[in-house]
Design a protein around this ligand. Structure first.
Ligand SMILES: C[S@@+](CC[C@H](N)C(=O)[O-])C[C@H]1O[C@@H](n2cnc3c(N)ncnc32)[C@H](O)[C@@H]1O
Length: 237
């Protein structure tokens, strides 16, 4: 199936800012959204306690960065990357209002972003890497993230997963469908499933963990996994 273009994805997110602007609920179309925000904020702070600079990839309206700052991280430099300008504007407003930090923002496809080397202490990627399409893009992006971290820096992902075993995938997808139906109704489930089908190319958790390790990340750990979503990460030693 032909997946949505970058432009189509940008347009959809441009008109969906509100849904990503609530720190109390997180992105409720994902399972355990609030727990994942919290657990990533806590793990990033615990593993990189002296962090000064942060990169938030696919930042949306800034929930992951805001939750990290709420956790007490003493971050002074924040870089936000997103396809969507309205998302970046909302993230910048919320972060500046709550923490008096003015983030540097880049409206770009993360595949074209100049990550640089030894720049960041923490890199966050919340529900965005599932937009990477093929092996090369996954490999290149993880490598760039690794190099952009300072030694001791950490990388944290929360994302939609695919399961290796087709039966397990079907079973987990049914469970996720039930979650969405309970959250709202069957029409909402179908709407979420439709945009996942056309936009997303998620990868199995194990494959992503192996890729992190093969690139050089140490202490690769899973913080949480439920149904089709996981929070995980690693450290650049
Ligand atoms: C599902 S939202 C998650 C937002 C935020 N991280 C959160 O968890 O609340 C995904 C975000 O990634 C952005 N995005 C999608 N594909 C992207 C890409 N290739 N490069 C940069 N940003 C992208 C979208 O515009 C959107 O704001």
């Amino acid at each position: 199936m032909n997946k949505s273009s970058v432009e189509d994805i940008r347009e959809r997110f441009d008109s969906d800012v509100e849904r990503f602007s609530n720190l109390e609920t997180g992105q409720s179309a994902t399972v355990d959204a609030v727990l994942s925000l919290e657990i990533i904020a806590q793990a990033a702070t615990a593993c990189t306690p002296d962090a000064n600079s942060l990169l938030d990839l696919g930042c949306g309206a800034g929930n992951f960065t805001l939750r990290l700052l709420q956790q007490g991280a003493k971050i002074e430099e924040i870089t936000l990357v997103d396809l969507s300008l309205p998302m970046l504007e909302r993230a910048g407003e919320r972060i500046s209002a709550a923490h008096e930090i003015v983030p540097v923002t880049f409206q770009t496809d993360l595949r074209s972003f100049d990550f640089g080397e030894n720049r960041y202490d923490i890199v966050l990627a919340g529900a965005v890497l599932h937009h990477l399409r093929n092996d090369d893009q996954w490999q290149e992006t993880f490598e760039k993230i690794y190099r952009s971290l300072r030694p001791g820096g950490s990388f944290w992902i929360f994302d939609l997963l695919r399961y290796n075993n087709l039966n397990t995938q079907r079973m987990m997808w049914n469970r996720y469908g039930q979650y969405l139906t309970n959250l709202r109704d069957k029409a909402y489930r179908d709407q979420v499933f439709a945009y996942i089908e056309i936009e997303d190319t998620p990868r199995p958790l194990f494959e992503q963990l192996q890729l992190l390790e093969s690139i050089g990340f140490a202490d690769v750990d899973v913080l949480h996994c439920n149904t089709c979503f996981a929070a995980f990460g690693g450290v650049r030693k």
